[in-house]
Structure formats: structure tokens, C-alpha cells
Design a protein around this ligand. Structure first.
Ligand code: TXA
Ligand code: MG
Length: 366
């Protein structure tokens, strides 16, 4: 298949709570035929293909423009499917699965012999998760096979949380999008490595570090993503080799983003000063803040987008990717954004913002 030949993309509305069996069957037929289907999960939309059809997996990489060095997550609907994917199920995996599956937790396990190396980027480990979205579960069951699915965005863009986002990135490149409305969690799953000495978070996401530690107290946090690290390119490339999707620029929006760190008051003051400075130069500025900050920017002339209540990280996470795309669509030349605390989903929010900023972080608490 040559991706320069545009294909027609069909978008079908599906009931998110009780998916219509006829629609699910149709989508499963597309997957069975070795093609790809975009479907909603509770985290973000996924670009799915049958795990055991390498030709179909190839189509994922082609549609996204994603390099083969970036491994895929296998999505399952019941724990019995783990037998197809892994050689051994560590005791820790069983405990985490019973606590968090179905849900936004991906476990990195030893690769089973049937899993194509295209799935794992040649690694001897495989990432597996059981999503909790009824459409995702119904589709996996209808296919009767695990579904490989990265986020359904073009490589390097932010993950899609609505079918509209998917269409903007993959329209003309995929045959079918199931539209189940906006995703509930809004950031991707937590990826937890169970193949190293200690269970270690490779990507913070929809299940918090605190929640994981309530089941396994020795879960290790992700490699620190403080400012110094963000600028330490050698370090981030070493990390990228271990978990290839973790490159600093992975979630970059199309517009440069400057991230402001510090106390709420000093972030606000610095954001306003930078907004004014840029406006005076005739720049079109987008500001990404929380509800409590909005009044400060009322007469600034900037395009202001609020992520929600800063004390409610679940709310911030749910609107994060949508707001980044909304500011892109508003054709701002720069996005000035505040940082958030790291409790609960805050760790994932901070991670995605740091990646979106590609190291452009301004410390305001001097
Ligand atoms: O929430 C999610 O996880 C979404 C939905 C669609 O399920 N999927 C998703 O997939 O975010 P993707 O491909 O965009 O991100 C997968 C992440 C990457 O960071 C990748 O490096 C990591 O999982 N990963 C996959 N297999 C791995 C492996 N064997 N070892 C280490 N990391 C792995
Ligand atoms: Mg992704």
C-alpha cells in the first residue's frame, strides 16, 4: 500500500456505553481482513490492527508515519489472552491486573513466541493492557484476537481524545473511525515495566504512582523529568532506547510551547509579562492555564484556554490534549502554559507538558 494514494475514511458514530453489535461486527471484519480501525478507549483513541497479522501491523506504522523502533501495546479483553502474548505471568502482574484491569495500566511482560517482533520493536518484552471502554472491549471480543493499538495521531503529534482529532490527523489514511465521543481519562495509560529488577514506570499515565504503590509499594517513579533532565539530551536519548516512545518531543504540538514552573502566583505574573511582551511585538499568543488564572488574562488580548480546576488533576488531564489542539487550530504562534503539581494524575500531566515544551521550561520562583 502506498499512503500517497488517499483512501476514503468512514466515520461511524457508536454508542459508547452499549455499542451496536452490527457496527462492532463491521469493524471486526475490517480488522480480520488485515486492515486498521480507529476506536475509542478510556484514555485516548487507538489505531488498531490484529496483533497476529504483521501486514496489518505494518499499516499502523504507515498510517501514523511512525518509525518501527517504537513498540506497540497489545489490547486484550480477558486475562486468558495473556497466554497468547507472554511466557510468564509474574505474581506482581496478577495483583496489578486484578486491581487495575480493565483500566489505563499497561504492563511490560516477557514476550511470548507468537508475538511478532513488529509489535515489540525487536524487544523480548511485550506491552499489554486491558482497556475499560465498552467499544474497545467489544471490538477485541468480536475479533477474537488481541488488538495492537498506538494512539491514533500522526507521529509526533498529541494523542487524539475525540474522533474529530483523529480525522484531522488520519483522514484519508485509515478506512474506518468509530466515534464514541470524547475519551474519559484524556491522557494515555501508565506503562509499567515488570521485566526489570523493580517495577518501574516508563510512562506516567491514567493510573497514578500512589495507586500503584497501594498494591506494590516498591513501584519506582519514572526517570526524573526536572528541568535539568529536559535539557540533558544524552540522558533522554538513553531513556528513549529503553522505552522508545519516551523521546522528549514525542507529544509536541505543532506550535512551540513555553512552560512556566513555580508557585501559582509567580507563574501567573511571568506568564502575563511574557504575553504582553509578545503581544507588543505583534505575536498571536495562546495561553494555557487553570480556572483560577483566567481572570488575570482577561484583557491581555491573548487567546486563553483553561484546562479546569488546578486542584482537580483528573479534570486537567481530560482536557489537556483537546486544549493543545484547540490553540493550534486557533493558529497562535506560541503557547504559554503553566505547570501543575505532581500528585495523582499530575505526574502524567507534567510529563506531557514537559514533552510538549521540548525542554523550553522557564523557572519563575527565583
Ligand atoms: O492509553 C494508551 O496506552 C493508548 C491507548 C490507545 O491504549 N495507547 C498508546 O500507545 O498510548 P502508544 O503506542 O502511543 O504508546 C505506547 C507506549 C510507548 O511509549 C512505547 O514505547 C511503550 O508504550 N511500549 C510499548 N511496548 C513496550 C515495551 N515492550 N517495552 C517498553 N515500552 C514499551
Ligand atoms: Mg502515542
Amino acid at each position: 500500500m502506498d499512503i500517497s494514494d488517499e483512501i476514503e475514511t468512514e466515520v461511524i458514530r457508536v454508542n459508547a456505553l452499549q455499542p451496536e453489535p452490527s457496527i462492532i461486527e463491521r469493524a471486526a471484519d475490517v480488522l480480520r481482513a488485515g486492515n486498521v480501525v480507529v476506536f475509542p478507549t478510556e484514555t485516548v483513541y487507538g489505531l488498531g490492527a490484529d496483533v497476529f497479522q504483521p501486514v496489518a501491523l505494518e499499516r499502523i506504522f504507515l498510517a501514523k508515519g511512525r518509525p518501527h523502533s517504537d513498540p506497540l501495546i497489545a489490547h486484550i479483553a480477558d486475562e486468558a489472552a495473556l497466554e497468547l502474548l507472554t511466557t510468564a505471568l509474574p505474581e506482581q502482574a496478577k495483583r496489578l491486573a486484578s486491581a487495575f484491569w480493565p483500566g489505563p495500566l499497561t504492563l511490560v511482560l516477557p514476550r511470548g513466541p507468537r508475538v511478532p517482533y513488529l509489535m515489540t520493536a525487536g524487544l523480548e518484552t511485550v506491552a499489554v493492557r486491558m482497556p475499560r471502554h465498552p467499544v474497545a472491549l467489544a471490538l477485541i471480543r468480536a475479533l477474537g484476537s488481541p488488538i495492537a493499538a498506538p494512539s491514533a495521531n500522526r507521529f509526533m503529534h498529541v494523542s487524539p481524545t475525540t474522533a474529530h482529532h483523529v480525522l484531522a490527523d488520519l483522514g484519508g489514511r485509515v478506512p474506518l473511525i468509530l466515534d464514541g465521543g470524547p475519551c474519559e481519562v484524556g491522557v494515555e495509560s501508565t506503562v509499567l515495566d515488570l521485566c526489570s529488577d523493580q517495577p518501574t514506570i516508563l510512562r506516567p499515565g491514567g493510573v497514578s504512582l500512589e495507586a500503584l504503590r497501594s498494591v506494590l509499594p516498591n513501584v519506582q517513579p519514572p526517570r526524573s523529568r526536572r528541568v535539568a533532565d529536559a535539557l540533558d539530551l544524552a540522558g533522554s536519548e538513553a531513556a528513549a532506547q529503553h522505552s522508545p516512545g519516551q523521546m522528549m518531543t514525542h507529544y509536541a504540538p505543532a506550535v512551540p510551547l513555553l512552560l512556566f514552573e513555580g508557585s501559582a502566583a509567580s507563574m501567573r505574573a511571568a506568564l502575563l509579562a511574557e504575553t504582553r511582551r509578545r503581544q507588543a511585538q505583534g505575536e498571536r499568543v495562546g495561553v494555557l492555564v487553570a480556572d483560577e488564572d483566567v481572570a488575570t488574562f482577561q484583557h491581555s488580548g491573548a487567546i486563553v484556554c483553561s484546562l479546569g480546576n488546578a486542584a482537580n488533576p483528573a479534570q486537567i488531564a481530560a482536557s489537556l490534549f483537546h486544549c493543545l489542539r484547540a490553540l493550534e487550530d486557533a493558529q497562535v504562534q506560541v503557547i504559554l502554559c503553566r505547570q501543575f503539581d505532581d500528585g495523582g494524575l499530575g505526574l502524567a500531566i507534567r510529563d506531557r507538558l514537559l514533552k510538549a515544551a521540548s525542554g523550553r521550561v522557564i523557572e519563575t520562583d527565583q
